[in-house]
Ligand binder design. Structure first.
Ligand SMILES: Nc1ncnc2c1ncn2[C@@H]1O[C@H](COP(=O)(O)OP(=O)(O)O)[C@@H](O)[C@H]1O
Ligand SMILES: [Mg+2]
Length: 334
């Protein structure tokens, strides 16, 4: 089945420019005749241990096996382990070299993995005193990532809602939200989405009044009684219809795609639809449920062997679900 996904010309990567972190299309798209566009997928989820690295490693592996050139980036500088998932035992360089300014060329940090077509920028060797990149470095990172010589970049994000994590998720062509069917994961995923939503909004807003409203609404117990991001958008539209309309348009490009991982029961599968409908009701955004992956006892063994599950047990059910998700991402970019 894996070979059903053939490498073909990729649909244009659109990339979402943030108002402040200006990544204008003309700066990063040399045109189809010069270079195939690199598509960036960022894998987040708010919570640790839900399978972000598992999903990142395996989607990267599926795409590489299908003939795409893939670079997987470990952006979890506080808990880097993507290299282990991909079987890279020694990492002489990594993203922390770029973050700390020791290396300006992201391309020089790319390491080979045992799998053809699949390369890695590791997250190891971070200086824990300065684990997160500043504003300028984030913008430079996002610009450089687009220029990597490959078809797909998979960014494996850390847990939590640090600014860098939010920005990478927002600027990616696809922000993939991984959840486990557990209340804690669902809770943290909503908190992550809420933080990402407000970050996007704050970067896009121009008017003074709307900016104040956003500031007030970020406090969940605000005295204006703004309960949800959707309420906030309505308030902005009342205050300043032109700004409100513009922000609604901007936020319509915020379309996270949902993956439920570690599914054990039939009911778990439905969680993806429930999350998508809450996104609509609470945030006013369209979030697509792109698929689920079942719990598979071989995952641990595959990590021990340093091979993505898709390589280790290609015929497993979980591998077929991962392939199905990859196919969706290739065939219908959001
Ligand atoms: N579908 C699954 N079936 C079984 N184990 C899984 C599955 N997904 C993830 N795991 C295991 O759960 C643990 C956490 O996964 P990981 O990808 O490291 O999470 P995160 O990157 O979100 O912190 C790892 O030990 C991983 O092997
Ligand atoms: Mg991880």
């Amino acid at each position: 089945m894996i070979f059903a996904i053939q490498a073909k010309r990729l649909p244009g990567a659109r990339g979402k420019s943030l108002a402040v972190d200006v990544l204008q299309p003309e700066q990063r798209e040399p045109g189809p005749s010069l270079k195939r566009q690199t598509r960036i997928l960022a894998v987040g989820g708010g919570k640790g241990g839900v399978g972000k690295s598992f999903v990142s490693a395996n989607l990267a592996s599926v795409l590489a096996r299908a003939g795409y050139r893939v670079v997987a980036v470990d952006a979890d500088l506080e808990g880097p382990n993507l290299h282990t998932c991909l079987g890279v035992r020694t990492t002489r360089v990594g993203l922390p070299d770029f973050v700390a300014g020791r290396e300006d060329d992201l391309g020089k940090l790319v390491l080979e993995t045992p799998q053809p077509n699949l390369q890695l920028i590791a997250g190891t060797h971070a200086n824990l005193d300065q684990p997160q990149p500043g504003h300028r470095r984030r913008v430079e990172f996002l610009r450089s990532v687009r220029q990597l010589d490959c078809d797909f970049v998979l960014i494996d994000l850390g847990a939590g809602s640090q600014t860098a994590t939010l920005d990478y998720f927002l600027v990616a062509d696809e922000g993939l939200l991984v959840l486990q069917p557990e209340p804690t994961s669902v809770e943290n995923a909503y908190a992550f989405l809420r933080a990402a939503f407000y970050r996007r909004l704050r970067l896009a807003v121009l008017g003074h009044g709307a900016r104040n409203l956003i500031r007030v609404a970020m406090d969940q117990r605000n005295e204006l009684g703004i309960q949800s991001p959707l309420d906030l958008m309505r308030e902005i539209e009342i205050l300043d219809p032109i700004e409100g309309h513009r922000l609604v348009e901007t936020m319509s490009s915020f379309r996270p795609r949902i993956i439920i991982n570690d599914v054990e029961r039939k009911e778990d599968i439905k969680l993806g639809f429930a999350v998508a409908s809450v996104c609509k009701k609470y945030f006013g955004i369209e979030a697509e449920y792109v698929g689920y992956v079942n719990h598979d006892g071989s995952v641990r063994k595959s990590v021990l062997e340093g091979r993505p599950l898709i390589e280790y047990r290609e015929d497993s059910e979980a591998s077929s679900y991962l392939q199905r998700i990859a196919r969706k991402l290739i065939e219908s970019p959001s």
